[in-house]
Design a protein around this ligand. Structure first.
Ligand code: MF3
Ligand code: CO
Length: 289
């Protein structure tokens, strides 16, 4: 249908098309004919791509583990930036945020009412009671991985703890909703339902994304949605699931000065966790966490 049956498969496996992705392509085509949005071929990773993203993810995990072991009250977010830059480059990789569309640092550090894209700075000191998201993205041999975690600094309020916990549960439920030959809307439906059940809102203006050969690929992964809608999910796709969960309104605004940092519109708390996941024949493999 797409290539000659006896020619080598487009995926780079070296196998004949008929022995490799022919049936897969026919299955996707059948969904397309039924009216579903389907992924283009460039969103389906080759085995080599997957191995590359997996290795990138291992370094990304190492960065976050290092941050987890060091982060504490009194540190500046520039100190975190230095940890990230040094570890990443010592492992032969590049911090993906650095110079990305003009972003000036190696990591995003977003505290309390900051939703995401906080810029590390020597003047920003982590305080007892803060909740902070550290969002790390790595390029290794051209392959991208992306993950973030929340950290609670010292004694944190019960409200903040609950938000951080529920935000993580939203991410996990979103990932658990991913099934090969399921739909993108299944993810948002699961994230959104759990957030709303707990009285929280989910940021709509930003979301997850395809990742791997570029920092941000299609599709846009919304963290609210309706089951069974949106792009078909197939084995070989790599996505981030990264719900931003707010105590109050889902509305946000951008810092007018630095044009990066996103804040909650009502100054209430926001929390976010992010994993990079590969869709497999049977479910998902987490490539960065
Ligand atoms: N890591 C963010 C994400 O999850 C992207 C940050 S872009 C940057 O998509 F330039 F701010 F780093
Ligand atoms: Co991301």
């Amino acid at each position: 249908m797409f290539s000659n049956r006896n020619e080598k498969c487009w995926c780079g496996s070296g196998l004949k098309y008929k022995k490799c992705h022919l049936e897969f392509d026919e299955k996707i085509e059948s969904y397309r004919l039924k009216g579903h949005e389907v992924p283009s071929r460039d969103l389906i990773k080759s085995p080599q791509d997957i191995e590359g993203i997996r290795k990138s993810g291992e370094i990304n995990n190492g960065v976050l583990d290092l941050v987890a072991s060091k982060i504490k009250a009194g540190m500046s977010t520039a100190d975190i930036d230095k940890l990230v830059y040094d570890y990443t480059t010592e492992h032969g990789a590049i911090p993906a945020p650095l110079n990305y569309e003009g972003f000036p640092k190696s990591v995003c550090t977003s505290i309390n009412n900051e939703v995401c894209h906080g810029i590390p700075d020597e003047s920003i000191i982590l305080q007892d009671g803060d909740i902070v998201n550290v969002d790390v993205s790595t390029i290794l041999d051209g392959y991208y991985s992306d993950a973030s975690r929340m950290f609670m600094i010292g004694e944190v309020s019960e409200d903040a703890k609950k938000l951080v916990t529920v935000a993580r549960e939203c991410m996990i439920k979103g990932i658990e909703a991913i099934k090969p030959w399921g739909f993108l809307g299944d993810i948002g439906a699961a994230c959104g339902e759990h957030a709303h059940k707990n009285g929280y809102s989910v940021v709509r203006a930003l979301g997850g994304h395809g990742v791997g050969n570029e920092f941000h690929e299609d599709p846009f992964v919304a963290h609210i949605g309706k089951k069974g809608t949106g792009m078909l999910l197939v084995p070989g796709m790599v996505l981030t699931v990264e719900p931003m969960v707010n105590e109050g309104t889902y509305d946000v605004f951008v810092d007018e000065v630095n044009e990066w940092t996103i804040y909650t519109a009502d100054d209430k708390l926001s929390a976010q966790w992010e994993h990079t996941v590969l869709i497999t024949e049977t479910g998902v493999e987490i490539l960065a966490k």
